[in-house]
Ligand binder design. Sequence first.
Ligand SMILES: Cc1ncc(COP(=O)(O)O)c(C=O)c1O
Length: 417
Amino acid sequence: MVAKNLPFTKEQLEQIIDEYGSPFHIYDEQAIRTNARRLIKAFAWAPEFKEYFAVKATPNPYLLKVLREEGFGADCSSLAELILAEKAGICEENIMLTSNDTPAEEYEKARALGAIINLDDISHIVYLENYVGLPEMLSFRYNPGPLRAGGNAIIGNPEESKYGLTREQLFQAYRIAQAKGVHRFGIHTMVISNELDPTYFIETAKMMFDLVAEIYRELGIRIELVNLGGGIGIPYRPEEAAVDLEFVGRGIREVYEDKIVANNLYPLKLAMECGRMITGPHGYLVAKVLHKKEIYRDYIGLDASMANLMRPAIYGAYHHITVMGKEDWPLDHIYDVTGSLCENNDKFAVQRPLPRVDIGDIIVIHDTGAHGHAMGFNYNGKLRSAELLLKPEGRVELIRRAETLEDHFATLDFSGL
Ligand SMILES: Cc1ncc(COP(=O)(O)O)c(C=O)c1O
């Protein structure tokens, strides 16, 4: 069970809405820092442990700066994300580029920043060489396919997922890259997303450490860095439990000692690239109730829509909802909580028991701090909301203003009509 507490009161939210309007996403900086420290502590035993925060989860440079201050690097998957990391002061090997179907300009930018490039395919060795030259260090993304069960709707099961190299290709890729003069190597995998079972991450580490030992035996290549990817889940539902990070840290340490230290492969650097577990539980989408509608079902219409938070619509994901000021009221009404898109799946909750909701109520949708605002889009001309940061001292900072119609029409030239 996890308590769905809020870091603000109804009165504070009313003041914030007066100043910034609604809807908006708001992130709790202190809680994010505490979370970041917990992850780093759980892996403090590992040589030069690095968390490359998955920028795609919450691509806001102010948050990236907070995380940089906590010692995080950045996992980037596009040119825009590389630029955001750079703006946040993250540089060189504190950045890892893990993209797929990668255009040359992404490789060019990654090379210019001195980032670690993690190739998604064996054919990209020559592509990279031809367009921007090979760096001294390269990493490859491993897709274990049928050798590893797992996956889900978000990431696909490994055999059907488009990412990474097969096992055979992986060995060949290290051989080719070494022959071309690359002399520092990393290895990466990401086989699961939003996973709450802590043993899964230990199993993945085992698989990767075995691979590191085999690569050394077969090719004589000492891998320098293992990146176990992200994918640590969060308890979106109150009845779920958060992943015990200390358990994961201890479990991976045992496998590390068994497979790396015992095989004289120490020191092997360990990295992760979690996004969701760092910021996810500490972001909230705040909206107001615009309308109520009673037809075959009872509907609550918000001033936010799936353009602000897509997860319920695309994954059927549960996000907890608090009606501010009614926390202790009985949950004696059943509602579909909707946005205004012309899409019937624009629903934040379906048949959700809630207290009686009234027009003007403030609604808080929980756990939107990762893959929330980031996945926003502009269908139906809906504008993306502001992002706010709740500072440790209680002040609120605007870290991204809301889009305006001028932003929305900026790519249109009406004068040609
Ligand atoms: C390559 C890669 N790394 C890291 C992440 C972050 O995953 P999560 O936010 O679930 O930790 C993702 C998510 O899509 C990803 O594709």
